[in-house]
Design a protein around this ligand. Structure first.
Ligand code: PLP
Length: 426
């Protein structure tokens, strides 16, 4: 579908374009396998000489249609769905890093990604250096080594809500001849398209706003097609030299701008198999059809909640980049002029104990691990996702012990604020 269509139209229409007599709605291709007429036809698929479906672990038409919609929304050349945001982040790095390699990553990222990169990938021989994303360019540059293969950051970090200076990160990455990978889960392409600011690869936990209804865990990797792998062929042998598992095919030569995603699909998905089920991709697509309607409502409600909290004298502090006094207000205005996301964090006077009492008193907002769906929900990282950390370790991770993560839904803002008010008074 033409890229010049507006995001609202892409949300509704991109990806699935039925031909005569085909279903108007994207069908669920609930089939592991696909039929061919001759042995030769199928052999060509196995050699990547022809595009086509043969086994759902590699590709499935439902998944591909949804991936194409996400690629169109981000302004990329291709995308691949994964079973979760975790697998998207793992594949995004593992597609260009192997044992002995290194990458640089913002320290303010989602806790699950922090663990994946810092602990689990280390066991595979891939090392990461975490950097303060707000540090000067020279300081971040100093973390690069000859074997560094990527720079990684989150547009808006979960749960600390720090806004990434994408242009700065892109400059640093490119000056070292490596791609910038950005996790764009919180703003979604409705509010920010990192490729327009120099990012090369975008990853998503589609579990959050993209699905939007908390029905399906999923992820996506999107390739801008802009990074010139061949210009740094010695750094990226996996893309620029023959793959023995495909009869010596070289991805950049055979697939050009699609090299990165083709390798991720044909090699990583083939071997590791973290596919999204076609059923979940179908549900994700229904979510995407209203993403452009939901995001502005999340932002409008979150702004109202943040403004209410910032004026309440029981509240110690509020983080929301939509507030004019927020540390990241200016960066947010630059990268997300139409709004950021629906997540607000704050602390109450009295700290941790008061936070727990407040949460237990909420009626409309539910205590759940999830974030970023239609229903307002709340989490206390120090008691839940980060409960194994001491107060000191929490501060190191940028998570204050009193931090309440409040994910504002798309209900009426007055009702959400009334719920907060009664809980603050309880
Ligand atoms: C939730 C989340 C992830 C992990 O995604 P899952 O779908 O839960 O595996 C990664 N990055 C960010 C920013 C997230 O919020």
């Amino acid at each position: 579908m033409a890229k010049q269509l507006k995001p609202e139209t892409l949300c509704v229409q991109a990806g699935w374009t039925p031909k005569k007599g085909e279903p108007r709605v994207l069908p669920i291709y609930q089939s592991t396998t696909f039929k061919y007429e001759t042995s030769e036809q199928m052999a060509r698929l196995f050699d990547l000489e022809e595009n086509g479906y043969f086994y759902t672990r590699l590709q499935n038409p439902t998944n591909d249609a949804v991936a194409a919609k996400i690629a169109a929304l981000e302004g990329g050349v291709a995308a691949m769905l994964t079973s979760s945001g975790q697998s998207a982040n793992f594949y995004a790095i593992f597609n260009i890093c192997q044992a002995g390699d290194h990458f640089v990553c913002s320290s303010t990222i989602y806790g699950g990604t922090f663990n994946l990169f810092g602990v689990t990938m280390k066991k595979l021989g891939i090392e990461v250096t975490f950097v303060n994303p707000d540090a000067p360019e020279e300081e971040i540059s100093a973390a690069f080594r000859p074997n560094t293969k990527a720079l990684f950051g989150e547009t808006i970090s979960n749960p600390t809500l720090e806004v990434l200076d994408i242009e700065k990160f892109a400059r640093i990455a490119h000056s070292h001849g490596v791609p910038l990978i950005v996790d764009n889960t919180f703003p979604t392409p409705i509010n920010c398209r990192p490729f327009e600011w120099g990012a090369d690869i975008v990853v998503h936990s589609t579990t959050k706003y993209m699905d939007g209804h908390a029905t399906s865990v999923g992820g996506a990797i999107v390739d801008s097609g802009n990074f010139n792998w061949d210009a740094y062929a010695d750094k990226f042998p996996g893309l620029c030299t023959p793959d023995e598992s495909y009869h010596g095919l070289t991805y950049t030569k055979a697939f050009g701008k699609m090299a990165y995603i083709t390798k991720a699909t044909a090699q990583l998905m083939r071997d590791l198999g973290s596919i999204q089920s076609p059923q979940n991709a179908f549900l994700l697509n229904i979510g995407l059809e209203t993403l452009h309607l939901r995001m502005p409502q999340h932002c409008k409600n979150a702004q109202a909640v943040a403004e209410y909290l910032s004026k309440n004298d029981k509240v110690a502090w509020v983080n929301y980049c939509g507030l004019p006094g927020d540390k990241y207000h200016e960066l947010a205005q630059k990268y997300m002029p139409n709004g950021s996301c629906g997540v607000v964090t704050f602390g109450l006077k009295g700290g941790r104990e008061v936070a727990i009492k407040f949460m237990d008193s909420l009626k409309l907002a539910a205590i759940v691990t999830h974030v970023a769906d239609a229903r307002t929900c709340v989490l206390h990282p120090a008691s839940h996702t980060h409960r194994q950390l001491s107060d000191e370790q929490l501060m190191e991770a940028g998570v204050r012990p009193d931090l309440i993560r409040f994910s504002v839904g798309i209900e009426n803002a007055d009702d959400i604020i009334a719920d907060i008010e009664q809980a603050l008074n309880a």
